[in-house]
Design a protein around this ligand. Structure first.
Ligand code: ADP
Length: 544
C-alpha cells in the first residue's frame, strides 16, 4: 500500500523559491571583482535566476546541457547557479585556481556549452577557448562598465539577462535529474566528475541543517569563505537560502584582514572554510589585538583541523569550532564533530580530543572500515582501516564512467581515506590512503604528527611525508613553514614532539621550508612536496 502524501519532486529550484517567498528581503552581500561590496536579496537573486533561465533557454541550452562557471562566490554566481539548475541544465563549477591544462581537460570532458566567468579570469578564458571547442559563448559576471576587453566575443552578465522576464517555470522533471557537476581535484590520476542530482542535493541540504551538523538558521549571517566551486560550498549554496540566512560572499579576497573586516561589518555569526584560511585570520587577530563581536561558530573541513586553531578560537575568542569531514563524492558533508551526550558531559579539555576527530555520521549514511582485502575491521577507536561510505548523497559512479565500478559488493564507496571509528561513533582520519607512512609494517599517521607540530609556537604549517627506507620501508620526515619572524631548529621541534607522539613515529628529519605548497583547494599538496624531495636522502644515508 502506498502512502497518501503529496508526491513533490525534490528539485533544488524549490529552495530558492522558498527563500524568495518567505525570506525575500534577507540580504546577500558580495565583494565583486573590483573589490566593491554590493548588496542584493533572495528576492532579487530569484528574479535574476529566472532571467538566467530565459537567457539560457534562448541560447539553446536544454535539459542535461552543461553550463560552466569559473568564478568566486557572488550573488550573480548564485543567480546563474539556480537559473541553470532550475531549467534542468547542469551547473558545472570550474575551479579558477587549477592549472590551465586541468581546466581545459575538465571542460572538454564535461562538454561545457556556455561559460560564465569572473572578469578576473578573462586572460585564463582567452587561453582556454582554443582548447575547448564545445564552449559556444562567454559571459562575464559584471556590468557593461566592468566588461574586460577580450580578443573573443563576450557579454556582460547584467546585459545578458536584462531584457528577459523574471518569470520562468522551473522544475517539472524527475528529481533524479542531474543538477550539478564538480570535478575532484585529481590528486590521483585525472580529475573525475561527480554528478549531483536534484534529489541528492536537496536531501544533503536538509541533512546539513540539523543542529548537530551545520545548524544554520534564519538569524545567522553566514560568511561563505568556502568557494562555490568546491562541492556546492559544502552545501551552503542550498542550506543558507533554505532557512533564509544572510549570505556574505568574500569574492576573491581571502586574506585575514579582508575576512575579519567582513565578519565585523556584516554581523557574521557563522562561517565555513579550510584550516589555512582560519590560520591567516587568527594571525591577523593576534597581530592587531582584534576581537569578534558577533562570530559564534565556524566549521572547519577539507583537511584536518590542528588543535591550536580549535583552542585559539575557543579560549581566546569564545568561538566554537566544528570540524566536518567529507569529499566531493559525498556532496560533501558526511561526518561532523559535534559532541553527543556522553562527550558533552566530559570536562572541556577532554572534549578537545573529540573535536580533533572528524566526527559522527549524518543520518542517511552508513560507514565501515575494511582492510586491503575488503574484510570488516572493528570500530575500537584504534584499528585504522579504509573508510567506506554509502547513502543517498554519495556518488555511485563518476561522470562518463571514469574509474569504472566504484562501489563494493555492499554498495559502499571507497573514500581513499584511512581512519578509525570509536565506540562513541566518532570517525578519525589518520591519513589519505596514498599518504600513509608505512614503517616496519605499521601505519604512521602523518595527519596526527602534523596537527601536533602545528601546535609549536613557531610553526605556521607542517607536513609529514614518507621517505623510502631500506629497513623500515618508509620513515616520516617533517617539513615546517615557520611563522613570519619566528625561529626554531630541528632539535627543538623533536623535543616538542617527544612525549606527544609514539617514539617510533618521531620524524627522521625536520626540514624548514619557505613555503609548504598548497593545492587549489587550500590543502597541503603532498604530491608537490614529494616531487620537491627528489634526490633527498635521509640523515643516516646522507651521513654515510
Ligand atoms: P581531493 O582533495 O581528494 O581532490 P576533495 O576536495 O573532495 O578531494 O577532498 C576530500 C578529502 O579531503 C577527503 O577524502 C579527506 O582526505 C580530506 N578531508 C576532508 N575533510 C577533512 C577533515 N576534516 N580532516 C581530514 N581530512 C579531511
Amino acid at each position: 500500500m502506498l502512502g497518501l502524501m503529496q508526491d513533490v519532486p525534490l528539485t533544488v529550484d524549490r529552495i530558492l523559491d522558498h527563500a524568495a517567498a518567505w525570506h525575500g528581503t534577507r540580504e546577500l552581500v558580495s565583494r565583486d571583482a573590483e573589490g566593491r561590496v554590493t548588496r542584493s536579496s533572495y528576492a532579487a537573486v530569484h528574479a535574476d535566476a529566472k532571467r538566467v533561465s530565459n537567457a539560457l533557454s534562448d541560447a539553446g541550452i536544454r535539459l542535461g546541457d552543461r553550463v560552466a562557471t569559473l568564478a568566486w562566490n557572488s550573488a550573480r554566481h548564485l543567480a546563474a547557479w539556480y537559473g541553470a539548475c532550475g531549467m534542468g541544465a547542469v551547473l558545472h563549477t570550474l575551479n579558477p585556481r587549477l592549472y590551465l591544462e586541468q581546466i581545459a581537460y575538465i571542460a572538454n570532458h564535461a562538454g561545457d556549452r556556455l561559460l560564465i566567468a569572473d572578469p578576473a579570469c578573462a586572460d585564463l578564458v582567452a587561453q582556454l577557448l582554443p582548447q575547448v571547442p564545445s564552449i559556444e559563448r562567454v559571459i562575464f559576471f559584471c556590468d557593461r562598465a566592468s566588461l574586460p576587453e577580450t580578443p573573443y566575443p563576450a557579454t556582460a552578465f547584467d546585459d545578458w539577462i536584462a531584457g528577459y522576464p523574471a518569470e520562468y517555470r522551473w522544475g517539472g522533471f524527475d528529481e533524479r535529474t542531474a543538477c550539478g557537476l564538480c570535478y575532484t581535484s585529481g590528486t590521483t590520476g585525472n580529475p573525475k566528475g561527480v554528478l549531483y542530482s536534484h534529489r541528492s542535493n536537496s536531501i544533503h541540504a536538509l541533512m546539513t541543517l540539523q543542529r548537530d551538523a551545520l545548524g544554520l538558521c534564519a538569524r545567522d549571517s553566514v560568511l561563505l569563505v568556502v568557494p562555490m566551486y568546491h562541492a556546492n560550498a559544502w552545501g551552503v549554496v542550498y542550506s543558507a537560502p533554505a532557512v533564509g540566512a544572510k549570505l556574505v560572499m568574500p569574492g576573491q579576497r581571502m586574506d585575514g584582514e579582508s575576512i575579519y573586516n567582513l565578519i565585523e561589518q556584516e554581523g557574521v555569526t557563522y562561517s565555513a572554510a579550510v584550516p589555512t584560511v582560519w590560520q591567516m585570520l587568527l594571525q591577523h587577530m593576534r597581530d592587531g589585538g582584534h576581537r569578534f563581536s558577533t562570530l559564534e561558530r565556524v566549521t572547519i573541513g577539507g583537511s584536518a583541523c590542528p588543535e591550536s586553531i580549535i583552542r585559539a578560537f575557543r579560549d581566546d575568542y569564545g568561538v566554537d569550532v566544528i570540524q566536518g569531514w567529507g569529499m566531493t563524492e559525498t556532496s560533501p558533508l558526511a561526518t561532523v564533530s559535534v559532541p553527543n551526550a556522553s562527550v558533552a558531559a566530559k570536562p572541556a579539555d577532554e572534549q578537545i580530543a573529540y573535536k580533533l576527530k572528524q566526527g559522527r555520521l549524518l543520518c542517511g549514511l552508513d560507514l565501515k572500515l575494511v582492510d586491503d582485502e575488503g574484510r570488516r575491521l572493528p570500530h575500537d577507536g584504534k584499528t585504522p582501516g579504509r573508510l567506506m561510505i554509502r547513502g543517498e548523497t554519495i556518488a555511485s559512479a563518476y561522470f562518463g564512467g571514469e574509474a569504472g565500478d566504484v562501489l563494493d559488493a555492499e554498495g559502499f564507496f571507497d573514500t581513499g581515506d584511512v581512519s578509525t571509528l570509536d565506540a562513541e561513533g566518532y570517525m578519525q582520519i589518520t591519513d589519505r590512503a596514498k599518504d600513509v607512512v608505512k614503517s616496519g609494517g605499521e601505519w604512521i599517521s602523518s595527519i596526527e604528527i602534523e596537527n601536533i607540530a602545528t601546535g609549536h609556537p613557531a610553526v605556521a604549517l607542517a607536513a609529514v611525508v614518507g621517505v623510502a627506507h631500506p629497513k623500515w620501508d618508509e620513515r616520516p620526515i617533517l617539513l615546517c613553514q615557520l611563522k613570519p619572524g619566528a625561529s626554531a631548529d630541528a632539535e627543538g621541534l623533536k623535543a616538542y614532539l617527544t612525549d606527544r607522539i609514539a617514539r617510533w613515529w618521531m620524524p627522521d628529519d625536520v626540514l624548514f621550508v619557505d613555503e609548504i605548497p598548497l593545492g587549489p583547494t587550500g590543502k597541503i599538496d603532498k604530491r608537490a612536496i614529494r616531487a620537491g624531495l627528489t634526490g633527498y636522502r635521509l640523515p643516516f644515508e646522507a651521513a654515510r
